[in-house]
Ligand binder design. Structure first.
Ligand code: ADP
Length: 605
């Protein structure tokens, strides 16, 4: 099961102040929106409280005093204030919406920019799912925090403060009584909200696991059936669904309990207030309008407080999202160009490995003391068992990784004195499972050189041997290849990548041959395309089918951290060493596959 099914992080109830500061910093970049929304939300909270005060005056000075003129004047005032109120509501919703989107957009852009700079090694150790979640859901959560999260906080604070202000004005003794209730309400609300969120998070995690388990057993159905593992699979699946049922049940139960619990606290508070205000009223310390307004203020103030519990709980999640985003943005590329690194234009393609050793992890050497000189234009084939270090050697040439010790020279330059762009932009690569971007065939070939004309693209496709199959596609060069090129076969994707490489006119060409079966016709086309591309260029082929590399200038057998044999096909066959064994075994296997014969030992050519 792939890693990202489990990647939702554990709940962290601590809000990291530094992260909150950085998130706010993202919002402050768009300070005009931030100021607008703070001004609007403060005005909204003030006017809301004033409405209640106006009601008090309407009751006391209008209705109870039987003064219709005063009542009319107050009603007109009420209406006018409502218009102003509507304008501020419009202002804060618009500003918050813009702010949220701008922060999301900024974060996505910063992450995208940064991801382009991070080396291959970062992608090797970070799952695609993890990265996707940072760019999608985490960016949304942080954007929402800056807009709605901070907005709710500002609204709550202003509402509570202004309500308290008016309440003090009406009756300060009662207000002190209300103040005691606030911590109790906050405690109940926040405890419930955090538990509810934790349960929902558990449900989501289990749901991901169940989805993963579904897709695994569907895609691996042949293995499951052939090993008779249906029963074990079912048990595992049932355990997951049981856990999910329990967690969903708890979440639903807690959610149902939340409102009654909060209401119980509020109602007890309000009951006490009503009782004491009654006492005050009797004693003549309060008017009817004042009594009504006071109760309205208490109710009005309690709502944002319990809302705040929800906001605070989601804020913890958003801050955790922010922490993950910043951890990505703070990752430094391991390979950085020297300040005086140069780009010599062409890198021609003389490559020298001078006593190069390399390891990914300490104590596990992959290449050791490798010395090798490859003159411009030579075709080098790399063979050897899986895990011997063939791809590593190629990755070193591309400077996706740098030697742990020793030097690699390109055209006599220690390649660490060149810019990475100088090297990587002049290397053409065709991978075992080539990647195509969604778009048309034309777009994909043109990716090799963005300013190429349609005619140049077609010319490149012809040289690569891809033109004929493209021409036979329903819409020719305008055919959509689907996401990742899913609508094409591996062989066709390799041909398109070859055309892309031909168009790019690289100085060095690298090909990782496809291991999956490619039909004989496509194989011949790929072979021809490769030869056209290799002509006159320094080229490296990681060869899986040895029949395709007989014409290489040099074959390197990579084994045990170094080159164990080196020479042309004929020389290595004559030497009767490891290559000879590999070659004869493969040859025999192929013959057996085709003719069912015990393949004879081939003769050196
Ligand atoms: P080949 O291409 O010959 O199959 P590789 O160059 O891919 O071999 O791998 C050589 C060795 O390095 C293997 O033992 C492999 O497990 C290890 N290796 C390859 N890539 C990494 C990596 N990113 N991190 C750690 N070890 C790696």
């Amino acid at each position: 099961m792939s890693e990202h099914y489990f990647e939702e992080e554990e709940f962290d109830s601590q809000v990291n102040g530094e992260t909150v500061r950085r998130i706010l910093g993202q919002g402050l970049k768009h300070w005009p929106f931030m100021v607008t929304f703070l001004v609007c939300i403060t005005a909204v909270a003030l006017i809301e409280s004033y409405f209640t005060y106006l009601s008090k005056r309407m009751i006391d000075e209008g209705i109870l005093a039987r003064d219709l003129d005063a009542l009319r004047a107050l009603a007109i005032q009420y209406g006018l204030w409502f218009l102003i109120f509507a304008v501020f509501v419009f202002g804060f919703i618009t500003a918050a919406g813009y702010l949220g989107h701008l922060v999301q957009y900024d974060l996505r852009k910063q992450m995208f920019d940064h991801l382009q700079k991070l080396p291959l090694s970062y992608y090797n150790r970070t799952s695609e799912g993890w990265l996707m979640s940072r760019v999608t859901s985490d960016a949304v959560r942080v954007g929402d925090l800056v807009s709605w999260g901070f907005l709710d906080t500002a609204w709550t604070i202003t509402s509570v403060l202004t309500s308290l202000g008016f309440m003090f004005f009406i009756n300060w003794k009662l207000t002190l009584l209300v103040l005691i209730m606030i911590p109790a309400l906050w405690k109940v609300a926040i405890t419930f909200k955090q538990r509810i969120l934790t349960e929902y998070r558990r449900v989501r995690k289990l749901n991901s696991k169940i989805t993963g388990s579904y897709s695994e057993s569907i895609s691996g159905v042949r293995v499951v059936k052939s090993l008779g593992r249906e029963h074990e699979n079912l048990n595992q699946f049932n355990e997951l669904t049981d856990d999910m049922y329990q967690a969903s049940y708890r979440a639903a139960w807690l959610s149902a309990l939340f409102l009654p619990a909060v209401q119980l606290v509020s109602a007890s508070g309000i009951a006490v207030v009503v009782w004491f205000s009654g006492v005050q009223f009797e004693a003549g310390g309060m008017t009817i309008g004042g009594l009504q307004a006071f109760i309205s203020y208490v109710t009005f103030m309690l709502w944002p407080i319990q809302q705040m519990a929800q906001v605070y709980a989601s804020m913890q999640q958003a801050v955790a999202s922010g922490e993950r985003i910043f951890s990505l943005l703070d990752t430094e590329p391991e390979i950085v160009d020297a300040p005086d690194a140069i780009d010599p234009g062409s890198i021609r393609g003389d490559i020298v490995f001078d006593d190069v050793s390399f390891h990914y992890e300490d104590g596990k050497p992959v290449l050791e003391n490798l010395s090798l000189a490859i003159p411009q234009g030579e075709t080098v084939a790399l063979v050897g068992p899986t895990g011997a270090g063939k791809s590593t050697l190629v990755n070193l040439i591309c400077r996706f990784y740098e030697p742990t010790s020793g030097q690699i020279l390109i055209n006599g330059f220690d390649y660490t004195t060149l810019t990475q762009h100088a090297i990587q932009s002049r290397i053409g690569m065709v991978l075992q499972t080539p990647h195509l971007f969604s778009g048309t065939v034309l777009d994909n070939v043109r990716y090799g050189r963005l300013d190429a004309t349609d005619a140049e693209v077609e010319e490149a496709a012809k040289l690569a041997g891809a033109h004929d199959f493209i021409a036979r596609l329903e819409h020719g060069y305008q055919t959509e290849v689907g996401e990742g090129g899913v609508l094409l076969s591996v062989g066709q994707k390799q041909l398109i990548s070859l055309a892309r490489a031909v168009l790019a006119k690289p100085d060095i060409f690298i090909m990782d041959e496809a291991t999956s079966s490619v039909d004989t016709l496509t194989e011949a086309l790929i072979q021809q395309g490769m030869e056209n591309l290799m002509n006159g260029r320094t080229s490296f082929i990681i060869a899986h089918r040895l029949s395709t590399i007989k014409s290489a200038d040099r074959i390197l057998v990579i084994e045990n951290g170094g080159v164990s044999e080196m020479g042309t096909h004929a020389e290595l066959i004559r030497a009767r060493g490891h290559y000879y064994n590999l070659y004869t075994r493969q040859f025999r296997d192929e013959r057996q596959k085709v003719y069912g014969l015990d393949g004879a030992v081939p003769v050196a050519q």
